[in-house]
Design a protein around this ligand. Sequence first.
Ligand SMILES: Nc1ncnc2c1ncn2[C@@H]1O[C@H](COP(=O)(O)OP(=O)(O)OP(=O)(O)O)[C@@H](O)[C@H]1O
Ligand SMILES: [Mg+2]
Length: 229
Amino acid sequence: MTTTLRARGLSVHFGATVAVQPLDLDLHPGRLVAVTGPSGAGKSSLLGALAGLYPAAGGTVELDGTPLRDRDDAVARHVVLIPQGNALVRLLSAEENVALPLLDRRHRHVREAARDALTSVGLAESSGQLVEELSGGQQQRLAIARGLAERGAIVLADEPTSELDAANRALVMALLRAESNRGAAVLVATHDPDAAALCDAELCLDEGAATWIRHEDGHHAPEPRREEI
Ligand SMILES: Nc1ncnc2c1ncn2[C@@H]1O[C@H](COP(=O)(O)OP(=O)(O)OP(=O)(O)O)[C@@H](O)[C@H]1O
Ligand SMILES: [Mg+2]
């Protein structure tokens, strides 16, 4: 299953705050794209809008040509958000956290899929531990495992390496690359230049204004510009 996401004139407002100014974005299967920019630039707002969290956002988001309605619609169409802050259930075990969204989809092999995902992020030994017993970096990897287990068509990862050491940052970026290699369209918000450099393209936000600073062909744009990839 592959899906192309297309956003046109997408903007996000919170009251008087313009978090994301109108931008165009095409996210194709097999691509890994970085969203960078300083704190408060609008990265999480953009990912949230693409994940259907803000149905009142301006412009349009389409999946394979059909408009995205809301978060429920996005979940049904396999748009996976790995949120900043992880959003784990602290009094459930690591394995239960990964299994939860799979149960919602009546996944046939929930425990197996949960354990595979935990193993991929190096948490096989921690599957039975409660979230509150895990370190910050382990919790972040757990949140990534939860997202990977869903095998999304669109994967939106919000600063998934912010709490990690160098080896685990590299592991997580390799896992996101593997997601794109299996056909997912992957967008990763990051402050980490090394992580961004591993992506096929880089969209930079500054006070909500988007600029492509690197394109899929690896060339740097000489002037700020807005362009499809
Ligand atoms: N739910 C919300 N309600 C009101 N304002 C919000 C909300 N979410 C974000 N904002 C505002 O929108 C702007 C962009 O925030 P956003 O979280 O998208 O930035 P970011 O680039 O993800 O930052 P960071 O790198 O710190 O995570 C900020 O001015 C922020 O205060
Ligand atoms: Mg953010």
